[in-house]
Design a binder for this molecule. Sequence first.
Ligand SMILES: [Zn+2]
Length: 264
Amino acid sequence: MNIKKKRLIKKAMLIGVIIGAVAGILITFLAAKKVVNSDRAKFKGQIKILKQENKELNKLIDKSEKINVAASLSTKTPKNWELVLVSNNYPLDEKYKPKLTEITQDRYVDSRIAEDTKRMLKDGEEAGMKFYVVSAYRSIADQKKVLNNDIQLRINEGDSYVDAYEKTRKTISAPNCSEHSLGLALDIVSAEHDKLDETQEDTKEAKWLAENAHKYGFILRYPKGKEDITHISYEPWHFRYVGKEAAEKIMKKNITLEEYLGAK
Ligand SMILES: [Zn+2]
């Protein structure tokens, strides 16, 4: 082989290598572009879904703005704090603890309603009522104790745990589903008739409260005939602070807090 031929072969090999390399790069580039494009499409799809979800979420937030979902409660941002709904459908944030003020011995309420509460009790007493505040603020831990004590009592009477639990839950809320943990609810009875049952409604104290509580910002929270809305049996002794404006509307329209807030 002469030198000329050798050079030609070398050149051809070099060109081959270059073409191969360029083709390789091109193929890799095109393949990468395809992957990127399909990823981009996927990504766009995800963004679309996220945007949709966000829209739905915002709709929900708008709807619940007035309800002010209890779980998002913070003592620092008390928007509509007096209208917060706590029930089995709206459990309270486990960490929630309001600032408390003592209204009668060992009975505490959210400090923001202490004045109205004291005034209601005082005015009632001046009108001849003899009140006994059975219960006011209960921490979530206290509520657990109340629930467990009641279950234990039923077990002692011969119920199975499941039966005892089910019976108890009809009258006592789950630990973080009680309004008492808001510090905005009070169980008030006649000092001369301290039974927590329907007979309480016949006492002059219960009648006075049903008639006057709204003037102090309170409502009868679990009225008779509204059990399918509140999911709590009639409690003529349980009063809940909602503020004077809402209390007046709720009592005049004969509705519940759920209906007032448009909650389910
Ligand atoms: Zn109560």
